[in-house]
Design a protein around this ligand. Structure first.
Ligand code: SF4
Ligand code: SF4
Length: 146
C-alpha cells in the first residue's frame, strides 16, 4: 500500500494570514447555511473584499475568524480550505511541494512528489474540488485539465 502523502496534524498554520480564504458564491451559500445566517449577514460580519474577491476576515491574532484550535466551521468551510495542500502550485511544481513541508507538517516527504500529485488529484476529484470558473474562484484551485 502507498504511503499517505498528506494527513492534517491540526497545527493551524494554514488558518493563519490575511486574505487567503477566498469564497466563491457556492462557498458563501454553504457557509451561511452552516452558520444558520443569511449570505448577506455572512458577508457583512465575516468577510472582506480584496481585488474584487471576497475572503474570510481574520481576528486580532491573525487567524481566520472561525479558527478555534481547529476549524470552527469544518462542515461549512470554503473549497480552498478543503483543497489545501493540494493547490495548483504544489501539484505542478516539486520545489513548491518541498518548500511547503516546513509550513505544513501534514505532508509526508517520504511519499514523494509524484505520489502527492496522484493522491491529491484523486482527492480533488472525489471531493468535487476541481475549479470551474477562474473569474470567481481562488486561483490556487486546479482544473481537470491542469
Ligand atoms: S498546515 Fe497542514 S498540518 Fe497544519 S493545520 Fe494546515 S493542513 Fe493541517
Ligand atoms: S474556514 Fe476553517 S479551515 Fe478555513 S481558514 Fe477558517 S478556520 Fe481554517
Amino acid at each position: 500500500m502507498s504511503i499517505k502523502a498528506f494527513e492534517c496534524r491540526m497545527c493551524g498554520h494554514c488558518c493563519h494570514g490575511e486574505g487567503g480564504i477566498i469564497m466563491s458564491e457556492k462557498d458563501r451559500e454553504r457557509l451561511a447555511e452552516h452558520l444558520g445566517i443569511s449570505v448577506q449577514a455572512l458577508i457583512e460580519e465575516y468577510s472582506e473584499e480584496r481585488n474584487g474577491k471576497l475572503s474570510l476576515r481574520t481576528g486580532d491574532d491573525g487567524y481566520c475568524v472561525f479558527f478555534r484550535e481547529g476549524c470552527g466551521v469544518h462542515p461549512g468551510r470554503p473549497d480552498i480550505c478543503r483543497a489545501w495542500p493540494f493547490f495548483r502550485g504544489n501539484l505542478i511544481d516539486a520545489m513548491s511541494w518541498e518548500m511547503i513541508q516546513e509550513y505544513c507538517p501534514g505532508i509526508a516527504p517520504e511519499a514523494g512528489h509524484a505520489e502527492f500529485v496522484r493522491q491529491g488529484k484523486q482527492y480533488l476529484r472525489e471531493e468535487n474540488l476541481l475549479r470551474y470558473d477562474p473569474e470567481i474562484d481562488p486561483n490556487a484551485l486546479i482544473t481537470d485539465e491542469d
